[in-house]
Design a protein around this ligand. Structure first.
Ligand code: SF4
Ligand code: FES
Length: 636
């Protein structure tokens, strides 16, 4: 039996793979692999312009020519699937001639303005011309030039968006920008217009290329046709040094590279440090351009200390001294309970830990928090909502989920990387996608069904899905009867009417969740900022229990800030979990026992002049806290 099964598996594997020969070397690849990818798996590099690993191939540029036995003409390897017994040559004389011709053809109208082009030093056309092109030009005619009333010379560029500059004369029409914009980002503000050799890439009529992912277009353009306005004409790329880092503006942790000049403390740009587990090489604009705050001349360059009602510059030592002295005075006179602190949830772990140690170990205070962007903070770290927030989540698990639900989330704004990942799943695996929101969202453009429920019925809509699951006999009988007893309204028709959605739509979602093989269920900010989030979380927990969602995927309320999870796990909460408190006690030999207060409570205490020392690290409660007046009064 075992032998038969083994043979069957071997046969199946054989059917799913193909073997071919590339440059005399044998390779076996999964069916559907392109010749380009098969060659790459052997370490054979084939030059490309229009191919992109995350986009569907279109075979636009012909640079990836290969010779395939029994084919009279050269073939484009990026769009040709490997087949059994195929014999491929990637470096024959015929291939070299073909590539030379492609380069020559591209250069017919391409300006030779490399000295002033911002792509110089990282331009695919420059590199491939050097590697594969002619060393002379046979072209005797005037190059075609795009000029109009706003653009009069080769060097004039058009601002097609706040961050994107277009030079049509440099465009080699690989269509990568238009394809990425549409396919990967779901945006239509850029297009290809006209035909033949006057085809041009441009912003859609009357539109600006200002979508939340626009910076990627300049990064993937193989030439200097699309460039970023923040980087243009500032520095040559070879004069910069790069430093790897992570995005500080979203919670996905996109992998990035900072570019800075060697001898100057100035960041010039951010590009992707592609990591398929996290970002697939795409960056949201907030990630790409957020670094600009680091260069702002309005940033504090030195500490300021208030003296006689005025803030005056001081040294760091002086500033540290003041904080230490004042906090000691307050502790002596009024006790540790009158000292508190608020840290930003996008600080690194080391800073957060030191902050916590400073307040808890040195000043014995439990008034410490990192949450200031919403009211009604959960008092307990083990509440249902808190548990929902700390569940494990892997962005790359979205790729092969067959059911994806987003609930109460403006995904594009809150979690741009997750949105792109859902689009990727939509493009390549066709999962069932459902969007549950109180109003229509852009991210629902890929949804099979957008359920727009009445505002304020977030909990009821989840309960209604539970009832739909019961009605469709998708849950165990014992759960079904208990659920019906507890819910109000307890009938599906009433619940559907209450939420303003149709019963049949609720049944569709319930069935998909019940039958899904791998489910991704993302809960967004409309829920996490809701005053009713504990009860909504309880409804989600019921749904989870009924349909066993967490056993077959991921169900999570996503954190909004870069290191909210780190802050929570380091115990930067007034009442951290017992396990964290125990761990910190063993490190610090003691854990404060004075009464803990949340951000809300600390601000209220300040207003009553019962909290006299407040240390804010990296956070801006005036910006984030919904009631600015409340913060102002507390701080004043
Ligand atoms: S602008 Fe750049 S990415 Fe877009 S088609 Fe032209 S060369 Fe390709
Ligand atoms: S890379 Fe294959 S045709 Fe452009």
């Amino acid at each position: 039996m075992a032998e038969a099964a083994k043979t069957q598996t071997a046969e199946k594997t054989q059917k799913q793979t193909v073997s071919l020969t590339i440059d005399g070397r044998q390779v076996t690849v999964v069916k559907g692999t392109t010749v380009l990818e098969a060659a790459a798996s052997l370490g054979i590099h084939i030059p490309t312009f229009c191919w992109h690993p995350k986009l569907k191939s279109v075979g636009a540029c012909r640079m990836c020519y290969v010779e395939i036995e029994k084919n009279p003409k050269l073939q484009v390897s990026c769009a040709t699937k490997a087949t059994e017994g195929m014999v491929v040559y990637t470096d024959s004389d015929k291939v070299k001639q073909g590539r030379k011709a492609v380069i020559e053809f591209i250069l017919l109208n391409h300006p030779l303005d490399c000295p002033t082009c911002d792509k110089g030093g990282e331009c695919d056309l420059q590199d491939l011309t050097f590697a594969h092109g002619f060393d002379d030009s046979r072209f005797e005619f005037q190059k075609y030039r795009f000029t109009d009333e706003t653009v009069t010379t080769t060097f004039d560029d058009v601002h097609i968006g706040p961050e994107i500059v277009l030079n049509r004369n440099r465009c080699i029409l690989c269509y990568k920008c238009v394809r990425a914009n549409k396919e990967a980002f779901g945006e239509y503000d850029l297009g290809a217009f006209q035909r033949g050799n006057i085809t041009e890439i441009n912003a859609a009529p009357g539109e600006q290329v200002d979508n939340p992912f626009s910076g990627n277009l300049a990064e993937i353009c193989p030439v200097g046709a699309l460039t970023n306005s923040d980087w243009r004409y500032k520095i040559r790329v070879w004069l910069t040094k790069t430093a790897p880092s992570l995005c500080n503006f979203t919670s996905s942790g996109s992998n990035i590279l900072f570019y800075k000049e060697d001898h100057r403390n100035w960041v010039y740009r951010v590009t992707s440090r592609s990591n398929d587990d996290v970002d697939d090489g795409w960056l949201a604009d907030v990630t790409r351009y957020g670094y600009q705050i680091a260069n702002s001349l309005e940033r504090l360059q030195t500490p300021l200390i208030k003296k006689e009602g005025k803030q005056v510059p001081a040294s760091w030592d002086e500033a540290m001294d003041v904080i230490h002295k004042r906090f000691c005075e307050i502790r002596e006179k009024k006790g540790s309970v009158c000292i508190g602190g608020l840290a930003a949830p996008n600080l690194d772990n080391a800073s957060l830990y030191s902050f916590s140690k400073f307040l808890r170990k040195m000043f014995h205070s439990n008034n410490i928090d990192f949450r200031c962007d919403y009211r009604m903070l959960p008092e307990k770290s083990d509440s249902i909502f808190s548990t929902l927030c700390t569940r494990p989540f892997k962005i790359s698990d979205i790729d092969d989920s067959d059911v994806i639900v987003t609930f109460g989330s403006d995904l594009v704004r809150e979690h741009p990387n997750e949105y792109l990942r859902i689009r990727k799943a939509y493009n390549f695996n066709s999962p069932k996608i459902y969007s549950l929101n109180p109003y229509s969202m852009k991210s629902a453009d890929v949804a099979d069904l957008e359920l727009v429920y009445k505002p304020g019925t977030d909990e009821a809509v989840i309960n209604a899905i539970c009832l739909a699951a019961v009605e469709e006999n998708l849950v165990e009988a014992q759960h079904a009867s208990r659920l019906k007893e507890k819910l109000s309204p307890s009938s599906l028709s009433e619940a559907a009417a209450y939420c303003g959605v149709s019963e049949s739509d609720l049944k569709v979602v319930a069935r998909a969740l019940a039958e899904g093989r791998k489910v991704t269920f993302i809960i967004g900010e409309l829920i996490t900022r809701s005053k009713a989030r504990e009860t909504i979380a309880a409804a989600v927990a019921n749904l989870n229990l009924l349909l066993k969602l967490e056993n077959k995927g991921q169900l999570v309320a996503l954190a909004r800030y870069a290191n909210s999870m780190g802050a929570a796990r380091l115990g930067l909460l007034p009442s951290p979990s017992e396990a964290i408190a125990k761990e910190l006690t063993s490190l610090w030999e003691r854990f404060p026992d004075c009464q803990p207060h949340t951000t809300d409570a600390m601000l209220a205490l300040m207003k009553k002049e019962e909290l006299n020392g407040f240390f804010i690290l990296g956070a801006n409660p005036m910006m984030l806290y919904p009631d600015r007046q409340f913060v102002r009064e507390g701080l004043e």
